[in-house]
Design a protein around this ligand. Structure first.
Ligand SMILES: Cc1cc2nc3c(=O)[nH]c(=O)nc-3n(C[C@H](O)[C@H](O)[C@H](O)COP(=O)(O)O)c2cc1C
Length: 341
C-alpha cells in the first residue's frame, strides 16, 4: 500500500463527506493556483485536479504534474488512462504525492483522449474499467472513484449505465460522479459535448435509487448552490460543479461551508483576495507569472459592483513585465470603492 504523506500531515480523513460538493476537474482551469483560490473560498468542498494521464506519469516521468499545495486538501487526482497496470502505477504515484482520492476519467470525449483509448470511450468497455479500478484499488489505500457519462453515441443510457455502475462497484469503486448527458465521440467538439447532448438528471436520481450503497454525485449544468442543494435534498450524495464554480467562484463556494456542510461561515471574496497576496508573492518568487494566477480570479466579483473594472485591471495589467501583487491590491481597492459608491 502506498503511503499518503501529505494526507496524514493534513489530518484529512473524510473525503466522502467533502464530496457532497465538489469542483469538477477542468483541463487548463483547475490547476494548483485555481484550487488554492477555491480552497480559500470554501474549507470543505472537494477539489479535483485537471486530468493527468497515466502514460505521462509512468512513461513520461512527468512527476511535476502531481505537485500541489498542502492547503488544497481535500484534493483528488484525476487520472486518464485505460491500461490497468499503468493506471495502478500512476495511482500509486498520486497516493504517494498525498492526494486524498484517485479518480478515473470516463467522461472526456476529446480526440486526443480517444486516440489514447481513454475518457468517455471507456463507457463502451465496462469490464476494462472494472479491471482498471480493481488494479488501482489493490495498489492504493485512498479511495478510487470514477467520473463518467450516462452513455456514448448510440448507447441506451437506461441499459448501459446500470451495467457500468454494477461492474465498477463490484471492482471496488464506492463513489461515482455522473455527468448527466451522453458524449458523442464523433462529430461534436469537446465544448459542444458539454452543452449539446441533453441533460437527464432524473436518470441519475434513478441510479441512486437502484444503487443505494453507491455514493452518487451528479454533474452537468448546475449553476447555483441552491440547485446543488436541491439535488442533495432529493437524496443524491453529492453534486459536482464545473463551469459555474470557475466563472462565478464566489457565488458557488462562499456559502458552501455553512449551507452544504453545516460548518463555518460565509466567506468573503475580498478577504480571499487578501489571503491570496502572500501566495502570489511566493509563487512569483519561484518564477511564476502573475497572469498564471490572476486568470483564475477574474470572476471573483461577477455580478457585483466593480466586477468589470476588476476583470479589466487584472486581465490588462497582469501580463505586463514585472506585474506583482500590488496590481491585485490596487484592483481590490477599486472594487471596494465601487461597492461603497
Ligand atoms: C475547460 C474544461 C476542461 C475540462 N476538463 C476535464 C477534465 O480534465 N476531466 C474531466 O473529467 N472533465 C473535464 N471537463 C468536464 C467537467 O469536469 C464537467 O464534467 C463539465 O464541464 C460539466 O459540468 P458543468 O456543467 O458544471 O461545467 C472539462 C470542462 C471544461 C469546461
Amino acid at each position: 500500500m502506498a503511503n499518503s504523506k501529505n494526507r496524514e500531515r493534513s489530518g484529512f480523513s473524510d473525503v466522502q463527506r467533502s464530496a457532497r460538493l465538489s469542483v469538477a476537474p477542468m483541463m487548463d482551469w483547475t490547476d494548483r493556483h485555481c484550487r488554492y483560490l477555491h480552497r480559500l473560498l470554501s474549507r470543505e468542498t472537494l477539489l479535483y485536479t485537471e486530468m493527468v494521464t497515466a502514460p505521462a506519469l509512468v512513461r513520461g516521468g512527468a512527476l511535476h504534474l502531481l505537485e500541489f499545495n498542502a492547503e488544497e486538501h481535500p484534493v483528488a487526482l484525476q487520472l486518464g488512462g485505460s491500461d490497468p497496470g499503468e493506471l495502478a502505477e500512476a495511482a500509486r504515484l498520486g497516493a504517494e504525492a498525498g492526494y486524498d482520492e484517485i479518480n478515473l476519467n470516463c467522461g472526456c470525449p476529446s480526440d486526443r483522449v480517444q486516440s489514447g483509448a481513454f475518457g468517455a470511450v471507456l463507457m463502451q468497455t465496462p469490464e476494462l474499467v472494472a479491471d482498471c479500478v480493481a488494479a488501482m484499488r489493490e495498489t492504493v489505500d485512498v479511495e478510487v472513484t470514477v467520473k463518467c457519462r450516462i452513455g456514448v453515441d448510440e448507447q441506451e443510457p437506461e441499459e448501459v449505465l446500470p451495467e457500468f455502475l454494477e461492474k465498477i462497484r463490484a471492482a471496488g469503486c464506492g463513489r461515482v460522479t455522473i455527468h448527466a448527458r451522453k458524449a458523442w465521440l464523433q462529430g461534436l467538439s469537446p465544448k459542444e459535448n458539454r452543452d449539446v447532448p441533453p441533460l437527464d438528471y432524473e436518470l441519475v436520481h434513478r441510479m441512486k435509487a437502484a444503487f443505494p450503497d453507491l455514493h452518487v454525485s451528479l454533474n452537468g449544468g448546475i449553476a447555483t448552490l441552491a440547485e446543488a442543494k436541491a439535488h442533495l435534498d432529493r437524496g443524491l450524495d453529492g453534486v459536482m460543479v464545473g463551469r459555474a464554480a470557475y466563472h462565478q467562484p464566489a457565488d458557488v463556494l462562499c456559502a458552501a461551508d455553512p449551507e452544504i456542510y453545516g460548518t463555518g461561515s460565509v466567506s468573503d471574496p475580498a478577504e480571499s483576495v487578501r489571503q491570496m497576496l502572500p501566495y502570489i508573492e511566493a509563487r512569483l518568487s519561484e518564477g511564476a507569472r502573475l497572469n498564471q494566477i490572476t486568470r483564475h480570479m477574474l470572476g471573483l466579483f461577477a455580478g457585483k459592483p466593480g466586477a468589470r473594472q476588476w476583470r479589466r485591471m487584472l486581465s490588462e495589467g497582469a501580463c505586463r513585465a514585472g506585474a506583482g501583487p500590488e496590481l491585485v491590491e490596487e484592483a481590490l481597492v477599486q472594487v471596494g470603492k465601487r461597492a461603497a459608491a
